[in-house]
Write a protein that binds this ligand. Structure first.
Ligand code: UD1
Length: 429
């Protein structure tokens, strides 16, 4: 398995292009199952999770074409993918495919909405808590689907198509909202989704569905109303920038010091995280086509953070922020409210000399003057990139094992950081 070697200590200077959002691209690709016409998605990041989902969609019979690079495009400008689900041959999503990526479970919604049946393996994905699918299934049941669990598979069926209904989520769920939106778009009648997730990726999915002919109001607010239509058509849509990648590199710059422009991204996608960074003493400036992040020789102030659904501080940036706080001046309390087991990076950060203790859902981080490089293990997607950030600021060499987690979510990580002066290289197995 590949490893990443980092020699810490160098400040970051330069520009980092931000890729399209993985967490938007995945539901957008899945939405292509709602129509027999072609859905063209631009700015799709080149990531292992995208390739896995293409395999899963291919298994259902979705044709895909990756459009060639245009002159002037680098490999990091994202790819354009055309997906056509005109000939769906199989409504089963098998275990060996779905178990590699949790989001692929969401295919259940377009399959049952368009074809009246879907058989999808219970999901796998990052090992961060139990991550059930009960709310996703509740949403489908509210729209009239019958749900059975059979041999590790969820079987969803409807006789005469889905019907609009009231879906009130007891807890904010991004996946649940994506599923509800896709299913309701092809249901007969009106669906009201209460306590909907407000994440930018939900808004992006709703915008693409609208281009396909769906009638959706209120995406980005807690109450979304969908008037079902009998069919959806093709569309062209550009995936929004990855706010988690943006925040990750912003924290890397805060950690190492330096001056970096994060290009092709938007500050409004991650206000809460940028506000927190500003409180640590990092200079954050919104630019017309990106964000400039600067920190000079001064240290980082300790700040307390609680993760929350959007527009709160994202759980997907919690590990990275914890890495930053390991060298802060003073004590920071980081509370995780979304996933109960999302502290696996704590023991790995401790290997670099971080002082962190867990008190239930709070990690108490006592800032230290120096971290020291060590071999560490990546345990999940966001945890592994927190080790990269810590390694960039540690003395000596940090070796990150099991980097396949990184490849699931961070496009060209070594190249992007390397061009800004980081001493980072991949050792191919
Ligand atoms: C998505 C993101 C993930 C992010 C998370 C929260 C993608 C591909 N993944 O995951 O990166 O960390 O949002 O912002 O977009 N829950 C239930 N029952 C359910 C569904 C969820 O109890 O049926 C719980 C979860 O265990 C968790 C909370 O709801 O505690 C939020 O999960 P959810 O928003 O659904 O996360 P995902 O959509 O899986």
């Amino acid at each position: 398995m590949d490893r990443i070697h980092i020699t810490g200590g160098a400040p970051l200077h330069g520009e980092i292009p931000i890729s399209g959002a993985k967490n938007a691209a995945l539901p957008l690709m899945i939405a292509s199952l709602l129509t027999g016409e072609t859905v063209e998605l631009a700015n799709v990041p080149r990531l292992a999770d995208i390739a896995s989902l293409l395999r899963i969609l291919g298994n259902h019979g979705v044709d895909h074409m990756v459009v060639g690079k245009r002159p002037g495009q680098t490999t990091e400008t994202g790819q354009t993918i055309r997906l056509t689900a005109s000939n769906v041959i199989d409504t089963t999503a098998p275990y060996d495919l779905v178990s590699t990526m949790r989001a692929s479970f969401w295919v259940i919604a377009p399959l049952v909405a368009r074809f009246g049946e879907a058989k999808v393996s219970m999901p796998g994905g990052c090992a961060i808590g139990t991550r059930p699918v009960d709310l996703l299934l509740m949403a489908l049941e509210r729209l009239g689907a019958t749900i059975e669990i059979d041999g590790g598979y969820v079987v969803a069926r409807t006789r005469n198509g889905l019907r609009g209904g009231e879906i009130s989520f007891p807890k904010v769920t991004v996946g649940g909202t994506h599923v509800a939106l896709m299913a309701a778009s092809l249901a007969h009648g009106t669906t009201v989704i209460e306590n909907a997730a407000r994440e930018p990726e939900v808004v992006d999915l709703a915008a693409c569905l609208a281009r396909m002919g769906a009638r959706i109001e209120g995406a980005g607010t807690p109450r979304i109303v969908v008037e079902g239509v009998s069919r959806l058509g093709g569309a062209r849509h550009e995936v929004l920038p990855d706010r988690i990648e943006t925040g990750t590199y912003a924290m890397a710059v805060a950690m190492t010091g330096g001056d970096v422009v994060l290009r092709d991204t938007r500050a409004d996608l991650l206000h809460s995280a940028l506000d927190v960074l500003a409180t640590t003493g990092t200079e954050v400036t919104a630019l017309p086509d990106g964000i400039r992040v600067r920190r000079n020789g001064a240290g980082v102030a300790a700040v307390d953070v609680t993760t929350d659904p959007f527009p709160g501080f994202p759980t997907d940036l919690q590990a990275q922020f914890m890495a930053l706080m390991t060298k802060a001046q003073g004590q920071s309390r980081i509370r995780e409210t979304i996933f109960e087991n999302r502290f696996m990076h704590v023991q790995e950060l401790a290997r670099l000399g971080a002082r962190i203790r867990l008190e239930g859902d709070v990690a108490v981080v006592e800032g230290v003057d120096r971290l020291k490089g060590a071999p560490v293990m990546a345990t999940d997607l966001r945890a592994s990139v927190s080790l990269v950030i810590a390694g960039l600021a540690a003395e000596g060499e940090t070796v990150i094992n099991r980097v396949y987690h990184l490849d699931r979510g961070f496009e060209a990580l070594e190249a992007k950081l390397g061009r800004c002066g980081a001493a980072i290289r991949r050792e191919r197995a």
